[in-house]
Design a protein. Structure first.
Length: 158
């Protein structure tokens, strides 16, 4: 869960022991049971502590690294691109056209899925589903100068 990710990354060390796992489960249960943090606050914490790329931590750094912008200046396609790369941010190069530095058209399914969710939540107008495209998210930050994806060691995956 999101709560578990926040507990794991913010409150505990990275050692893989049974004791640490038990601590993680207990802390997560306490936070969720007593509603110590709202869903919005958990999401904010999560987005500001996770790795978004090679040595890029937090949403503000990610916005600057990929698009040379502050988060509040991102376009909708740029924000969606950040959401699409989240499962494997160090592999972002595989999602970008080498020549244009724009997100690949093959990401259209992911963009449509996220856009549809945002429309259903009334964050975007219905016509956004047809107009928001991956090709409109083009790297302009330091990420465009990084020519290849950085391999992710298996022992660092959550």
């Amino acid at each position: 869960t999101l709560t578990m990710q926040v507990v794991r990354n913010l409150l505990l060390n990275r050692e893989k022991t049974l004791a640490r796992k038990v601590e993680e489960v207990i802390l997560t249960a306490l936070i969720e049971r007593f509603r110590l943090l709202s869903k919005e606050r958990l999401a904010e914490l999560y987005f500001n502590i996770i790795e978004w790329g090679p040595e890029v931590y937090g949403l503000t750094e990610a916005s600057r690294f990929y698009f040379a912008k502050e988060p509040h200046d991102l376009t909708i396609p740029e924000a969606i691109f950040l959401g699409v790369i989240l499962p494997s941010p160090r592999a972002y190069r595989y999602f970008v056209d080498e020549d244009t530095q724009c997100a690949l058209p093959s990401l259209a399914w992911h963009f449509r899925k996220i856009t549809t969710f945002l429309v259903l939540q009334n964050y975007l107008p219905a016509d956004s589903i047809e107009t928001i495209r991956p090709e409109r998210a083009c790297l302009t930050g330091a990420a465009q100068r990084t020519r290849q994806a950085i391999p992710v060691p298996h022992d660092t995956l959550p």
